[in-house]
Design a protein around this ligand. Structure first.
Ligand SMILES: Cc1cc2nc3c(=O)[nH]c(=O)nc-3n(C[C@H](O)[C@H](O)[C@H](O)COP(=O)(O)OP(=O)(O)OC[C@H]3O[C@@H](n4cnc5c(N)ncnc54)[C@H](O)[C@@H]3O)c2cc1C
Length: 471
């Protein structure tokens, strides 16, 4: 049985890893030059507890978030994914917000979230003395943080180790259906036969679904912007801090992300449905994020920001995740994976296994399936390339070896960045980008100017300018 998964984000990668346990031929198809470059690249990276989602309105979100949180506790260990189980506080900054905390507590208990507890003002302040205004808080100790691109890489490396084949720079342009059965995928790299197609195409899952003639939902982008401060600035909270949430979003979060930087964001701005590529940040948006976060926490000045970025939430019609086997036999939608999609991803993957079994597919476990994968660890010796994060040449060469093992064909600085954290420190790559590019050029046997920042179209140069001088 051949299964093709469209999309190597956190959802597709989790499904690929989960299906790699069984006697199946699994193909992971991704149009970008590397895995994890879609929605999964730019988000808050939180493993939510599961008290946000109303189980009557959003049953998939409510159920899969809590289950996913539990599974991540195991997966980060098995796959050596950098993480922090810091816990979270939802802050009521005035009396009128305390009622909402009670609602979140009841909802969380109904969803099965463990260890939730309401805190009074003094206890909250003893946990986070720098909070600006606080009347009470909801404490959720099971909340954690991961680096989402690193999580995707870990899952894909482990999936490949267990036999999954990855097709990068392969864009799905059509789904072949005959006699109400899926036959395969039409791509820029030719036809890929498949008995089952799992659509995990993130923001574009509605388009891929339409390719199979299934057209009952739409995905709209909702932008969120962020600010990251320099490592030596603070104060930094020990826990993830949420404001009391609104209907549309969980609000602007203040957190110390896994690499130790103070990070604030996101805001929430609905974009027209065709603007699925708009990853720009705006002065107004960033100002809004800064001001909202400042209501809760004393922030360093804006001059200490080292990076801004934005991500697009794939908001589905109806608001809940769309996870189901469709009437076209073999076509499974795993769409509308807005927040808490990162948290839910492992549970979604297990749900997909149940769906395949429900379709009558006999899933036999493979002998010798490997649960574990090791990350790249800092060597103590060798030439330092990224001075801010102390990343050495040996780690960069190892990252490149791993890129090649998962099928990366185009050398990109971003591929190294997400595997090693090089270029993400104070200087944001000013010193080391060119060194990394030189190593990439050597390892891929290409001229330096053919190395890209993030895939085709972002080449570092156009050619050897010395040719012009020689004329
Ligand atoms: C601002 C923001 C904050 C968030 N914060 C959190 C959080 O803290 N916690 C949490 O749990 N969730 C959070 N989320 C949600 C989470 O990021 C998403 O649910 C998750 O990343 C979605 O993963 P995915 O695999 O479905 O999509 P993606 O990562 O986008 O993967 C889909 C892949 O499909 C590929 N693709 C698309 N079309 C095609 C095609 N035709 N052919 C081949 N490949 C194709 C894309 O290139 C992409 O790589 C947040 C989201 C945003 C935007």
């Amino acid at each position: 049985m051949r299964v093709a998964i469209v999309g190597a984000g956190i959802v597709g990668a989790s499904i690929a890893r989960e299906l790699s346990r069984y006697e199946l031929e699994v193909h992971l198809v991704e149009r970008e030059a590397d895995v994890g470059w879609g929605v999964s690249k730019a988000n808050t990276g939180l493993i939510h507890a599961g008290y946000d989602d109303d189980p009557d309105r959003f049953p998939n979100r409510a159920k899969l978030c809590v289950q996913g949180n539990r599974i991540w506790h195991r997966w980060v260990e098995e796959l050596d994914i950098p993480h922090a189980w810091s816990g979270a506080l939802v802050i009521a900054k005035e009396e009128s917000e305390i009622k909402m905390l009670g609602e979140l507590l009841r909802r969380g208990e109904r969803n099965g979230v463990p260890e939730l507890r309401l805190l009074e003002r003094d206890e909250t302040i003893s946990m986070e003395p720098n909070l600006r205004r606080v009347e009470a808080a909801l404490y959720a100790p099971t909340v954690g943080q991961i680096s989402p691109p690193q999580a995707v890489i870990a899952l894909v490396e482990n999936a490949v180790d267990n036999g999954v084949r990855v097709h990068l720079e392969t864009e799905v342009r059509g789904v072949e259906v005959s006699g109400e059965r899926v036959k395969g995928l039409k791509t820029n790299e030719g036809f890929l036969e498949a008995d089952v197609v799992i659509n995990a195409a993130g923001l574009h899952a509605d388009e891929v679904s339409r390719m199979a003639g299934i057209d009952y939902f739409e995905i709209r982008p909702r932008k969120g912007e962020y600010l990251i401060f320099d490592e030596d600035t603070g104060p930094k909270p020990s826990r993830v801090l949420f404001p009391t949430p609104s209907e549309r979003s969980k609000g602007v979060v203040v957190t110390t992300e896994v690499q130790g930087h103070l990070m604030v964001g996101p805001n929430a701005q609905d974009l027209p449905k065709e603007e699925k590529k708009d990853r720009s940040t705006t002065p107004q948006g960033l100002r809004e994020v800064y001001e909202k976060a400042s209501e809760m926490w004393p922030l360093p000045p804006l001059s200490r920001v080292i990076r801004t970025f934005s991500g697009l939430r794939p908001e589905p019609t109806g608001g809940d995740f769309v996870i189901r086997a469709e009437d076209v036999w073999g076509f499974v939608n795993v769409a509308g994976m807005r927040s808490p999609g990162l948290t839910a991803a492992p549970a979604v993957a297990k749900e997909v296994v149940r769906i395949l079994e429900g379709m009558g597919i006999n899933l036999r476990e493979k002998a010798g399936w490997k649960a574990r994968r090791k990350g790249i660890h800092n060597g103590a010796r060798g030439r330092v390339i990224c001075r801010c994060n102390l990343v050495r040449e040996s780690e960069i060469r190892e990252a490149i070896g791993r890129m090649k093992r998962v099928g990366v064909k185009t050398p990109s600085v971003d591929s190294v960045k997400f595997r090693t954290s090089a270029t993400t420190g104070t200087c944001q790559g000013s010193f080391c980008r060119i060194e990394i590019a030189r190593i990439l050029a050597e390892e891929f046997s290409v001229p330096l100017w053919d190395v890209t920042l993030k895939g085709r179209g972002s080449e570092l140069g156009v050619g050897d300018v010395k040719v012009l001088l020689r004329r």
